[in-house]
Each structure stands twice: as structure tokens, then as C-alpha cells.
Design a protein around this ligand. Structure first.
Ligand SMILES: Nc1ncnc2c1ncn2[C@@H]1O[C@H](COP(=O)(O)OP(=O)(O)OP(=O)(O)O)[C@@H](O)[C@H]1O
Ligand SMILES: [Mg+2]
Length: 329
């Protein structure tokens, strides 16, 4: 296998469909054995990028090297070392779950024994054993998705692209999928996954690339991105308006925000619990009656807001149709 510094390296990728400029110079570098999330709203260009990286689509401009192989000039070699799970399930309806997996094993040129062994392992891991001998056309959407994911993992290639792997899965299957993804990375697989789910990127990815309208708008670990969105804050609510007024005087900081309606205030907090204790003591000394207290760290939603000026309102439902309608990152 050709040697290169990165498992995946894309430089200045451009792609248009007719007049629509979908990718406007995307760069991506992924170290071997790591997991990177491409995070972005509907239409940001995630699937287009994955299709380019996995040889299904040619870039108009720019280059992609996968383990040193060029995706255009050496597509065949690239295909031999990657696995791809598309955003939409690609199972054969007229085969059973088990047959689908065995067929994929043969397509990937696994030996007969390996095909049988991997098929059974995956049926187990993806909780399809009970339905393994039913035609895939009788499967529910989530089951189909699980079968599709299982099929794409049959050959355990060193590089895997997962386009929205958990969209359409129920919470239990989603957790199982997260475990499977994490195990693959532990075993040395390099993974690029796309997601609209901030929580998913936060949980899985070592590095997150945020894209919007075909451009990278930020990159970093979840913590780095969150720190861009501001610091931890502490909130208090009080019993009476007069308590709120006294508290305002006690705190009197630049980052103070007051909500008169809620009889509450919040202030940024770099010193963790120590600062909270100090404030509570001051309130007690001044007989300020506190009714509630909470600490909040910035979320990736806040990061989006900061970067794009738009709210990352995302209903955490994993039903595909509602994802499409309601995700307005
Ligand atoms: N084959 C195509 N022909 C024309 N336009 C396309 C084609 N494929 C994608 N597009 C357009 O390119 C833009 C980016 O699409 P893409 O599928 O890459 O977005 P995405 O980030 O994967 O979005 P989602 O989160 O909805 O899956 C969209 O405006 C889409 O309509
Ligand atoms: Mg997509």
C-alpha cells in the first residue's frame, strides 16, 4: 500500500451541479486510525464530499488521496481499501437479511468461511438475527438501515465512510451503532462520518470539521469548538425581585445577564465550583434567597450559532423524514 502522512487528504475540492456550486474549496486531512466528523446542515455538501472521497463522483477541481492513491486516477485501488455506507439504504429487497450479507461478502471477495463468519457476527451485532431469514422488503426502515450498515462493514476495510450512520435508527440501535463505530476505531480503522447531530459528533469524533454551504467554517475537537462559543456560565434564580437586585450588585461583572421575568441572572464562570461556593456564601451573608442554581457549558449548538448566526435547532428525533424537515442548523 502506498505510504502517505494522512489516510485521507483532500485539497481544494470544488464541485458544481449545473449552476449550483455545492463545494467551494473544501480541504480535509484525516490521520490514520482516527475518526473525524463532517458536521453540517441539510444541503451543506456532506454527501457530495463523501461521494467524491469514495470515487463515486469526480471533483471539478482539487485532489483527493486515500492512503496515497488518487481517487480519480487510481479509483480501483481506492475502492479496494474503503467501505461506504450511503445515506440511503442499498439493500436487495428480494434477498433475506442473511443473504444480503453473504452477497456483500462475495462482492468484497471474502473467502467462503470469512463470509459466513462475518455475516453471523454482524447479524448478531446489529440485532437482526430474528429477522435474518426474512426478505429485506419486509423490514422496517430502521431494520433496513441496520442491515445496510452491517453489509458495509462485512469486509472491515481500513477506511470507512459513514454518511449519516444513525439517521433513522431508534435510540437503542443508535447507541449500538456508536459502540460498533468506536470499536472499529479501536481496531485501527480510519472513519469519516457525516452527521447533522451535534451530540453524535461530540460523542464520537476526535476532530470535527464544520461545513456550511460547501465551505469549512471551523475545525477542532468538540472542546475546542465549544470554547469558541464562550465559557461556562452559572445561573441563579431568586425568590423576590429585591433578592435579584441585591445579587446584581454583589456580582456586578461584565458578563452578567439578568432576566427580570425569571427573577434570575447568569454570569460566566472560569473557576468552577469554587466560584459558585463563593457566590452562594456572599448571597447568604447578604440574606439573598436563592431558589435555583445551575451550571452550563457551551454546546455545539452554541458553536453553530456563533459561527453562522443561525440557531442549530434540531429536534433530536432520528426519524429520517422529520430530520429532513426540522433540521435547520
Ligand atoms: N446530483 C445532483 N444534482 C444536482 N444537485 C445536487 C446533486 N447532488 C447534490 N445536489 C445539491 O447539492 C447540495 C448539497 O447536497 P448534499 O447531498 O451534498 O448535502 P448534505 O450536506 O449531504 O445534506 P443532507 O444533510 O440533507 O444529507 C444540495 O443543494 C443538493 O440539492
Ligand atoms: Mg447528505
Amino acid at each position: 500500500m502506498a505510504k502517505s502522512k494522512y489516510a485521507i487528504q483532500a485539497t481544494n475540492i470544488h464541485k458544481s451541479f449545473g449552476k449550483l456550486e455545492v463545494l467551494k474549496g473544501l480541504d480535509l486531512k484525516i490521520h490514520r486510525g482516527t475518526i473525524v466528523a463532517l458536521l453540517g446542515p441539510n444541503g451543506a455538501g456532506k454527501t457530495t464530499m463523501v461521494r467524491i472521497l469514495s470515487t463515486l463522483l469526480r471533483p471539478d477541481k482539487g485532489a483527493v488521496s486515500i492512503e496515497g492513491y488518487d481517487v480519480v486516477k487510481d479509483a480501483h485501488s481506492v475502492r479496494s481499501i474503503i467501505g461506504l455506507t450511503g445515506q440511503y439504504a442499498a439493500v436487495d429487497e428480494y434477498l433475506t437479511g442473511r443473504e444480503n450479507l453473504r452477497m456483500m461478502g462475495r462482492l468484497y471477495h471474502l473467502s467462503k468461511e470469512d463470509t459466513l463468519r462475518r455475516s453471523e457476527e454482524l447479524l448478531e451485532q446489529f440485532d437482526i438475527v430474528g429477522a435474518a431469514d426474512r426478505y429485506a422488503k419486509t423490514y422496517s426502515g430502521g431494520m433496513r438501515r441496520r442491515l445496510d450498515l452491517a453489509a458495509s462493514l462485512i469486509a472491515t476495510p481500513p477506511i470507512i465512510f459513514l454518511d449519516e450512520p444513525t439517521t433513522g435508527l431508534d435510540p437503542r440501535s443508535r447507541l449500538a451503532m456508536w459502540d460498533i463505530i468506536q470499536n472499529l476505531v479501536t481496531q485501527g480503522t480510519t472513519i469519516l462520518l457525516t452527521t447533522q447531530h451535534l451530540e453524535e459528533a461530540d460523542r464520537l469524533a476526535e476532530y470535527i470539521v464544520v461545513i456550511d454551504e460547501g465551505k469549512v467554517i471551523a475545525g477542532g475537537t468538540a472542546d475546542e469548538l465549544k470554547s469558541k462559543a464562550g465559557r461556562e456560565r452559572v445561573q441563579f434564580t431568586f425568590e423576590r425581585d429585591s433578592d435579584l437586585k441585591k445579587a446584581e450588585k454583589i456580582i456586578d461583572g461584565k458578563t452578567l445577564e439578568v432576566d427580570k421575568k425569571l427573577k434570575g441572572l447568569s454570569v460566566s464562570n472560569d473557576k468552577g465550583v469554587a466560584r459558585v461556593r463563593q457566590l452562594l456564601e456572599k448571597f447568604e451573608n447578604e440574606k439573598v434567597r436563592v431558589t435555583g442554581m445551575s451550571l452550563s457549558k457551551p454546546t455545539l449548538d452554541d458553536v453553530f450559532m456563533k459561527l453562522t448566526g443561525r440557531k442549530a435547532t434540531h429536534k433530536d428525533s432520528h426519524d429520517e423524514s422529520s430530520d429532513k424537515k426540522e433540521a435547520q442548523l
